[in-house]
Design a protein around this ligand. Sequence first.
Ligand SMILES: Cc1ncc(COP(=O)(O)O)c(C=O)c1O
Length: 340
Amino acid sequence: MKINTAQWPLFDEFPKLATLLAPVKLADLPTPVQAIPALGGNAWIKRDDLTHRVYGGNKIRKLEFVLTEIRRKHSREVFTLGATGTNAGIAVSMICAQENIPCSIITFPQADSATVRRNQAWMQKFNARFDVQPSLWQAVLRYYLHPARRRKGSYFLFAGCSNPSSTFGYLNAAFELREQIRAGACPEPADIIVPVSSGSTLAGLTLGVALAGLSSRVTGIRVAAEKLGPFAACTPAVVEKMMAQAMTTIRQQHSGRSFGKMPGVIMNGDYFGSGYGDSTAAAQAAIAVFEQATGLPLESTYSGKAAAAFLDRLATQDKPVLFWNTFNSRRFPDDAASFS
Ligand SMILES: Cc1ncc(COP(=O)(O)O)c(C=O)c1O
C-alpha cells in the first residue's frame, strides 16, 4: 500500500500504523500556519478552520480516522451526541451524507445564539435527524441506552467525535506542524493554545508534540465541566487515558522501539466562566480582537475562550505562541449539494 505521508506525516515516523488505521482522506492538509502581525511578532495561528472546503474545524481530522471504522463495521447508521448547536454534529452529518448513511444526533439544550441557530441550519442541510432530549443527563442516558445499540450496523460516536481512533487525527496534526516548522513556515512555538472539551484534540496534540520531539508546551483551555454528576468529564485524567490508549496502539505496532516518558496534560479552567456554552466577557473581547486582527470568526463556546487565553499568554511572555483555531470559518453554503 502506498502511504500518503503528505496527508499523514505521522506514518513517516510510524509506518506500521498506516495499515492498521488506514484513514480516509477527508481533510485538506496541511492547514496553513500563519503569523498574526496585528497581534505582535510572537502571534501565530494554525488554520484548522480550513480543514474542509465546505465545513472545516477540528472534527474533520478526527473523522478521517473514525470513518475507516464506520466503513469497516459496515455501519448503516451513525448516532452521535451534542448540544443543540453542536459543531461535531455538522461535521458528522456532512460526512454521513457523503457516505449516504443516516445520521442521528441526540441533543441536549444549550443557550441560544446566532451560532447555535446557524449550526442547526447546517445540520438540516446535511439531513441530520434530531433526537431532542430535555437535559444533558437525559441525552447521555439516551446515548448509552439507545435501542439501536442492539441493532447490527449502528455506529455510536461520542460527543465531539472523541474515541480511541480520533486521537490519531491530532497526533498526526502535531507531526504536520513539525514539518511546517522544519520548512520554515513558523518558529517552534513556546506555547500552543487549544480549547478542550471532549478531549481527543488535546490528547492527540499533547502526545503528538512529545513524539515529534517538539518542545512546545500544549495548554488545553477547558470549556466544559470537569464532572458530569459523579463522573469525570473534562479533566487531565480523561485526556491522559486517551493518550495512553493511543500509546498502547503505537507500542503494539512498533514493539522494537523505545519511547520516553508520557507527557503530562496541561489544562487551564480559568476561562470557563459559568458553564458550557455560556459566554464570558473575556471571550467576547477576544472574539472582537480576532475579528479586527484576522477577519476570522470565532465563537463563544470554544475558540473565543481559548483566544482569550492566547491573548493573555502573548501579553505575559516574549516567545512565539500558536493559537490552534478549531472553529470552522467556511461560510454557510447556499446549496448543501454543492459539497459532493
Ligand atoms: C470549535 C471547537 N473547538 C474545540 C472543540 C473541543 O475539541 P475536543 O472535543 O476534541 O476537546 C470543539 C468540540 O468539542 C469544537 O467544536
